[in-house]
Design a protein around this ligand. Sequence first.
Ligand code: SF4
Ligand code: MG
Length: 335
Amino acid sequence: TDKILEVKDLEVSFLTYAGEVKAIRGVTFDVKKGEAVAIVGESGSGKSVTSQSIMQLIPSPPGVYKNGEIIFDGQDLLNLNNSEMEKVRGSSIGMIFQDPMTSLNPTMTVGKQIAEGLIKHQGLNKSEAMERAVEMLRLVGIPNPEARVKQYPHEFSGGMRQRAMIAIALSCNPKLLIADEPTTALDVTIQAQIIDLMKDLQNKFGTSIIIITHDLGVVADLAQRVVVMYAGKIIEQGSLDDIFYNPQHPYTWGLLRSVPRLDSKGQRLESIEGTPPDLLDPPKGCPFYPRCDYAMEVCVNHFPEETKITDDHKVHCWLQHPDAPKVDVPIKIGG
Ligand code: SF4
Ligand code: MG
């Protein structure tokens, strides 16, 4: 198979006092070997929960996996126990978060933090691991790595800390790198450098990447495929060109509206009027209908099945669905 990851019909909920929050509602997508896939959507769309679910970092309780499979490198991660999963996290899947300060250990030198995983998961001894830590810091573009390796996270700038995080994530040669808003906290120049670094690593090592981002400039720069999420569902997915040049879903149109050019950096998603639905009680039909300028009667009660525009480009919208009622009245609810 040419796929490193297959997420199938994933459903994840949070059981709260107020009721069941259905954060992920039947998510299916895959990542090919060596491919970078961007997951985009507003906050609360389920994109971070999706990445945390793959890593099984959903706090449980209140989080529960209700359904689905997460096939990584041939095995369903949902069947692994905690220690098996910890091994996957330490060696096969690397993760980079938005704020490196929360994931770096402030009491341990950066070198030790890189070395830790190498000793634990790759069987290196201490001095080999420290040598490799120096190499890793050099690889991610940190100057004077021999000295830096002995420093603590607070001695690094924000951009350097994110590079250190990437070094940790990559030190065990992961097959998949998951980056959740990795550049959001950084200034524009550093952002661009971090994205360039990720591109380099993808080219050099064939690492597959899932990048979760609000920034369509980052998407255009890094991703080959794009998954658009809304209200816990994937509403459109396709190649970068499909999504940027031939988008089929009104929500995707809204996301793209503010972006003047594909190569423009630092563009953030335009906020689309209205708010996403409450996932305690999600709408039966298309979750976007209260905000959609094109909503029809059918949209209110029936979620549209997937329509294939091409084999690779899929959308859930009645506008594109072959079984859509022939005569339907556009109702102006939202927008
Ligand atoms: Fe709009 Fe209907 Fe398409 Fe949903 S299914 S995006 S409400 S047209
Ligand atoms: Mg998030």
